[in-house]
Design a protein around this ligand. Sequence first.
Ligand SMILES: C[S@@+](CC[C@H](N)C(=O)[O-])C[C@H]1O[C@@H](n2cnc3c(N)ncnc32)[C@H](O)[C@@H]1O
Length: 336
Amino acid sequence: MKGVPKCIRVDKREGEEVRNRLADSGLLDTKHKIARHGEHLDIPVLCDSFEGREAFDSEAEETEGHTTDYKEILDLPDWLNEELPRSYDIIGDVAIIKLSDALVPYRERIGEAMMEATPSLRAVMLDSGVKGEFRIRELKKIAGTGTSETVHKEFGVRMTVDPSLVYFNPRLATERARVALSVKDGEKIIDMFAGVAPFPLVISKLARPEVIYAVDLNPEAERFMRTNIENNHAGDIVPIIGDARSAVKGLPKADRIIMNLPQSSDDFLDSALEAAKVGAVIHMHRVLERAEAETFAEKLTERMRSAGHNIRITRTSELKTYSPSMSVYVFDIVKD
Ligand SMILES: C[S@@+](CC[C@H](N)C(=O)[O-])C[C@H]1O[C@@H](n2cnc3c(N)ncnc32)[C@H](O)[C@@H]1O
């Protein structure tokens, strides 16, 4: 980029997510370094504004000849370069990338270039997609050493995760902090689809609930939950392995319920409402066609009313893009 580098300023807790979205949109300036100023990060950008944040002229330093963009290291034919993903997930010291069929024969070269661009990586895994009701990933190592088990850090929480055994999404960090910061002292909380318990762990770190029940159907989740509870001294989290619908029946009524099962969370909403106190808040995540999001909320309220539950949807927010026409939304629902 020629001329004065431009940056946007973001709260450091949102830094990783905003950086990923900039990279997804091709608007991250990888030729300049991100700078930290107290509680803020200045992220170099290739645009005049991003998500309502105005870019300003900055003194961002150049990245000293070491590119952090793996695409610049690779030497593929032009038509293939265009297919290279703009971004990928990093979980702990493991990168996870999806490749089109045309790029799969070049996977090892791509993996090596990613390791060179990001020296903190230990391994790169090719992701063939999320499968089954446990939403786990089919991963194959294309560069580096070791397995896909790693330790991911988020808001001072250290989470042992293996995305080939239990679902984990590093892009929900901001959403986990938002939910945690809305928790009041002494709340009883249920996470109906907890995975390795990232929501409960961040809540336990940032708030003071009485108890958080972390439910998941995947038997592999138990080992990770127990390790994470111990390593983070999170004695307020109670792991429960089983189906969320039956597990919640035996629990005390909750002040807050998290429903992070984006493909079908609404199918479990009646069970959540039965497990919730009047006035409780339910954070329900759902993948939807963007065109459908508004009518979905109306239809859901109507469906619940017919089943004898009065609800109010107090907040609808688009969290991330899922496909060209779909996004993941969160609905904050109050039980009246
Ligand atoms: C999208 S993942 C969410 C994981 C976690 N909340 C996170 O942020 O990483 C959904 C989880 O729900 C679990 N699951 C699927 N069906 C379930 C059910 N009927 N009861 C309990 N858990 C279920 C899956 O095993 C998976 O770990």
